[in-house]
Design a protein around this ligand. Structure first.
Ligand code: PGA
Length: 252
């Protein structure tokens, strides 16, 4: 039994004041059981949110990190720094980082291993571009990305990893993948994980769908056999939106 997980990815949105408002509004609502809830916030808001989310059902996540514990890496943040703030999850290899910040399958692997070594749970993003999809390469792309990301990760560690399947063409575009198609690709990703670790381990790995998930379509994804949650950008920015997403996932 995999507990559904809804993670908000705030990207480069929200000052500390805005993040505090979000927290105050979410705290007023009645808690929703049965869904793990995560907000992946900008680095600058993490110290405040770490305090504000204490005693709530929201776990804190970051959106990136370096793989080294420390070093001469100007502008980077290390796993130790995230741990110190009570961060639980960290998004690794989001397509925006792959596209704009030179993230590669190799750095995704290094970062995922480093996160696990430091007790952080990676949310590893995979997904094809529109051109790759149109060329019929979706499965090949997600297989290569998944195999590379998990290289050198033990089966015990792998069980704790969250994978987010995010077709690049669906992110921030309002064009979401159909739930049936997303489920098919996610089942395929689970098969890839099974080929690495065996079915028992693969059955424990949670795989989210991401890309234009909204309060009014999240339930259709979550009702699919292999979709265990959602990674949500735009629709997670308001407290109301986030709460509706969690409520929509709670029927699973
Ligand atoms: P979106 O972003 O929900 O705004 O499409 C998803 C993501 O980038 O994780």
């Amino acid at each position: 039994m995999r507990t559904p997980i809804v993670a908000g990815n705030w990207k480069m949105f929200k000052t500390i004041a805005e993040a505090s408002d979000f927290s105050a509004n979410v705290s007023k609502a009645a808690p929703i059981a049965g869904v793990e809830q995560v907000i992946c916030a900008p680095f600058t808001t993490l110290p405040a949110l770490s305090e504000l989310f204490k005693g709530t059902s929201i776990a804190l996540g970051a959106q990136n990190m370096h793989y080294a514990e420390n070093g001469a890496f100007t502008g980077e943040i290390s796993p130790l720094m995230l741990k110190e703030l009570g961060v639980k999850y960290v998004i690794i290899g989001h397509s925006e980082r792959r596209q704009y910040f030179n993230e590669t399958d190799e750095t995704v692997n290094l970062k995922s291993k480093a996160a696990l070594q430091h007790g952080l749970l990676p949310i590893i993003c995979v997904g094809e571009t529109l051109a790759e999809r149109e060329a019929g390469k979706t499965e090949e792309v997600v297989r290569v990305q998944t195999e590379a990301a998990f290289a050198g990760i033990s089966a015990d560690q792998a069980k704790t990893v969250v994978v987010a399947y995010e077709p690049v063409w669906a992110i921030g575009t309002g064009k979401s993948s159909s739930s049936a198609e997303a489920n098919e690709t996610i089942r395929y990703i689970r098969q890839v994980i099974a080929s690495l670790y065996g079915q028992e381990t693969a059955d424990q790995v949670r795989i989210q769908y991401g890309g234009s998930v909204k309060p009014d379509n999240i339930a259709s994804y979550l009702q699919e056999s292999d979709i265990d949650g959602a990674l949500v950008g735009g629709a997670s920015l308001t407290a109301d939106g986030f709460l509706q997403l969690v409520a929509g996932a709670s029927g699973k």
